[in-house]
Design a protein around this ligand. Structure first.
Ligand code: C2E
Ligand code: MG
Ligand code: MG
Ligand code: MG
Length: 286
């Protein structure tokens, strides 16, 4: 009885595994055509200043609408694209798209602020990364000072000396560098000071229970203090509720990002929001 139940479970499990493997294969195959078939799009999530509530910029987030699978989450297809190496081409497509979009909003007289783009570890390890990024800035007319690249601790920790060199070159160009998902990696605080980052993003896992969990609140507070002592900006990610915000407002974050303020939005929606902000600011100035 127990044995057959066990076998039943195993059968179920292997079915799941087979299904997962099949969809992984489908994802890897599908990624090959995704750019050409216009299946990718970029959405933008606004960041809000902690001091005046105005937008300070936005993060570009990639979306993939697969013809059969539907909307595939980045957590599923980014690792696949990293595995096959396609993330290099895809990542550059996102960067170019975000810079072009920023430029067209600028051309319409709006101020999109800082445009933040996620960079994969695979991209970061390319020997000619800095030249590739510089070429995209030139091609799109994007100002380096309006671009920020989001890196993760684990990318930096695997080869810190090279990471520092690449980061210095990017900072030299005037590009901002954020350490994303901060607190979830294993980097030691002592060598954080040798990374020339301009921003830390407090991972949303510490924000989630900040109003009910003392440990999470203590970690968030320590990260803010760390950012202040390094004289860099600090963004709290994943702000969803007014309770979380009330707690965060006791710390000195530079800005906030999360569903409480804005979901990641299609360009047409961001445009409306930028227009509203411009109008409100115009009223203030008048
Ligand atoms: P991330 O860079 O940490 O991006 C923030 C993620 O948190 C986004 O998920 C965003 O939609 C989500 N988020 C924002 N506000 C909230 C909130 O209030 N609550 C919750 N629970 N979540 C919130 P998304 O778009 O699914 O992206 C997931 C991850 O995929 C990103 O995490 C990033 O690591 C990666 N990713 C997305 N686009 C790209 C890309 O163009 N290139 C690379 N290399 N990675 C990307
Ligand atoms: Mg990010
Ligand atoms: Mg993050
Ligand atoms: Mg992330």
């Amino acid at each position: 009885e127990a044995k057959s139940a066990g076998r039943g479970r195993f059968a179920l499990h292997s079915q799941h595994t087979a299904k997962a493997a099949q969809s992984r294969l489908e994802i890897e195959r599908g990624l090959h055509h995704a750019i050409d078939r216009h299946e990718f799009s970029v959405v933008y999530q606004m960041r809000i200043s902690a001091t005046d509530g105005l937008p300070t910029g936005m993060e570009a987030l990639l979306r993939w609408n697969h013809p059969e699978l539907g909307l595939v989450p980045p957590s599923e297809f980014i690792p696949a694209a990293e595995h096959t190496g396609q993330i290099v081409e895809i990542g550059e497509w996102v960067l170019r798209q975000a810079c072009m979009q920023h430029g067209s909003w600028r051309a319409e007289g709006m101020d999109p602020g800082i445009m933040a783009v996620n960079i994969s570890g695979v991209q970061f390890r390319q020997a000619d990364l800095v030249q590739r990024i510089q070429a995209i800035l030139v091609e799109t007319g994007m100002k380096a000072s309006e671009l920020e690249l989001e890196l993760t601790e684990s990318m930096l920790a695997s080869n810190p000396d090279t990471a520092v060199t690449v980061m210095k070159d990017l900072r030299q160009l005037g590009i901002g560098l954020a350490i994303d998902d901060f607190g979830t990696g294993y980097s030691s605080l002592s060598y954080l000071k040798s990374f020339p980052a301009s921003r830390i993003k407090i991972d949303k896992s510490f924000v989630r229970d900040i109003d009910i969990n003392r440990e999470d609140a203590a970690i968030a507070s320590a990260i803010v203090a760390l950012a202040q002592s390094l004289n860099i900006e600090v963004t709290a990610e994943g702000v969803e509720t007014s309770g979380q915000l009330a707690h965060l407002s006791e710390l000195e974050c530079t800005d906030y990002q999360g569903y409480f303020f804005a979901k990641p939005l299609a360009p047409s929606e961001v445009r409306k929001s930028l227009r509203l902000t411009a109008r409100a600011q115009g009223r203030h100035a008048a």
